[in-house]
Design a protein. Sequence first.
Length: 199
Amino acid sequence: MREGVRSACCLYGRTVFLVIVLVLLLVIEGMRRSITSTEHEHEHEHERKLPERFRSPYYGMVNVCIEYTGELHCNAVHGPSHAKLATDAPTDNKGKGESFSPTDLVATALGTCMSTILAMAAEEHGLNVKGMTVNVSKEMSKDAPRRIIGLPSEVHIPLPGNTPQRALLENAALNCPVHKSLPPEIERPTKFFWEEAAR
């Protein structure tokens, strides 16, 4: 009789223990899913706040919304920040030249991209290139179809010419995303000028 009671008590104890373990596992799993869900919601929170027309159909891609406002003018809105810019056709192609032309923005993209990537590399080595300037010229074709054929640029860096990281910084600029995205038929010679900032 006592053996039977002991066996029953042991079985009951084991059952209770297993139930407690199972409950704990379920609670932990619930907490994990809740945390994962919260992180996922935070990642998409900014995207959800944007109007539908500003949202990219692919997560992680930047969307730009363009509206044609007449007289060869367009307004563009940057989806993530809602920053705006206007474009106009150039004076040599039926426009008034009142703002950047679409092809002007290609030249702008190249110059700003080189500046940004070079600055990133400089910061990694404790260098300050604030005040750096980049001048990009845009050459259009004289034959059809109308297209960019040249984007020569000059980069003026406020550091001495004997800076040890000189080659590294120049290489960073020449391998910026816009440089690597442009077709090889667009010539883009780049000259670097190392000019120590005035004290």
